[in-house]
Design a protein around this ligand. Structure first.
Ligand code: F3S
Length: 278
C-alpha cells in the first residue's frame, strides 16, 4: 500500500498566524485568554489550545476585563467598539485577506454602495463582513439564492466574495448580476489557500484509489475538499486517525491524504504514520 499527501494540505497562512498569536497571547498573560468562537473548526486543535490556556466563548459579554482574540474569520465593527468601551484587551488575529474584504465593505458602504456578499450567511466570516456595513449586505451563496433577490437599478452595488467560495460560483453570480444591467463594482476576494488545497485534492484524487480528507466535520472548506475528491474516488472524511476504518482502507492500493486549512500538522502526520504502518 502506498500513501500520498496532497501538495497543499493543512493550516493556511491565516489560521497558522491566528493559532500562533493565540498561544503567544496566552503565554504573555496571567489572565485567561479567550477566542470569540472556536479559533479553528477542529476539535483536536481546540483541545490543544485549552491545554495552553486558550478558551473559546460564544458571547463577548462573558469576557469583561480579560483578553480576547479575534479569530481568522474576523468580526463586525461592533465587537471592536464593545471591546474598547469595556476595556477588553483585543488581539486581532483576523486573516489579512479577510481584513481586506472588511475594508472594502466598510469603504464602499460609506461611499453609498450597497454591499453584496457572495457567501454563506451562516458563516462567521460573512457575518463579520456584514458587520462592516451596518449588517445591511445582500447575501447569497449560489445562483439560485441570487435569482430570488430583487435588485434596484437605481442603486449601485459593490460585490465581495467569502474567501472560501469556489471561483465558479463567483463567475456565475457575476455574469448574472451583469445581465441585470446594475451598476456594479466587483472584488474577487477568494483566497488562494482554499484554491490551492482544492486543486491539490482534485489532482491527487485522480491518481489514487481512495482519499482520506482530514479535518473538522463542521469545517466548510474540509467538506468542500471531500466533495471534490468524491467525484474521482472513494472518499472518507475523518477528524483524526482514530476515525479511519482500517479494514476498509486495507482494501485499497494507493491512498491519498488531503486536509483542510484548519487541520493541524500533528493530526495529518498521525494519519500518514498510521497508513504507512499498514
Ligand atoms: Fe486567510 Fe485564506 Fe486561510 S482567507 S484564514 S489564508 S483560507
Amino acid at each position: 500500500m502506498k500513501v500520498l499527501l496532497a501538495e497543499h494540505a493543512g493550516y493556511c497562512f491565516g489560521v497558522k498566524r491566528a493559532v500562533e498569536l493565540a498561544i503567544k497571547t496566552a503565554q504573555d498573560n496571567d489572565n485567561k485568554v479567550y477566542t470569540l468562537g472556536p479559533l479553528i473548526h477542529n476539535n483536536s486543535a481546540v483541545d490543544m489550545l485549552k491545554e495552553k490556556n486558550v478558551f473559546s466563548v460564544d458571547d463577548i459579554n462573558n469576557v469583561e476585563g480579560d483578553n480576547i482574540i479575534i479569530r481568522s474569520h474576523g468580526v463586525g465593527k461592533e465587537i471592536y467598539d464593545h471591546c474598547s468601551e469595556k476595556k477588553i484587551n483585543l488581539t486581532d488575529a483576523t486573516c489579512p485577506f479577510v481584513k481586506k474584504i472588511q475594508k472594502i465593505a466598510y469603504e464602499m458602504y460609506n461611499k453609498g454602495y450597497n454591499i453584496i456578499i457572495i457567501g454563506d450567511k451562516s458563516h462567521p466570516e460573512v457575518q463579520g463582513i456584514n458587520g462592516w456595513c451596518d449588517n445591511k449586505a445582500i447575501i447569497g451563496k449560489n445562483l439560485e439564492e441570487f435569482y430570488l433577490i430583487d435588485f434596484n437599478n437605481s442603486k449601485k452595488y459593490a460585490v465581495v466574495v467569502q474567501t472560501t467560495m469556489p471561483q465558479d460560483t463567483f463567475f456565475a453570480v457575476k455574469e448574472y448580476l451583469i445581465s441585470l444591467g446594475l451598476t456594479l463594482e466587483f472584488y474577487n476576494t477568494i483566497c488562494f489557500a482554499t484554491k490551492e488545497r482544492q486543486q491539490a485534492v482534485l489532482d491527487l484524487s485522480k491518481k489514487v484509489d481512495a482519499m482520506l480528507i482530514v479535518g473538522g466535520k463542521h469545517s466548510s472548506n474540509t467538506k468542500k475538499l471531500a466533495e471534490i475528491a468524491k467525484k474521482n474516488c472513494d472518499t472518507f472524511l475523518i477528524e483524526t486517525a482514530k476515525d479511519i476504518d482500517l479494514e476498509k482502507i486495507k482494501t485499497y492500493d494507493i491512498i491519498g491524504v488531503g486536509a483542510g486549512a484548519s487541520t493541524p500538522d500533528f493530526i495529518i502526520n498521525e494519519v500518514m504514520d498510521l497508513i504507512n504502518e499498514l
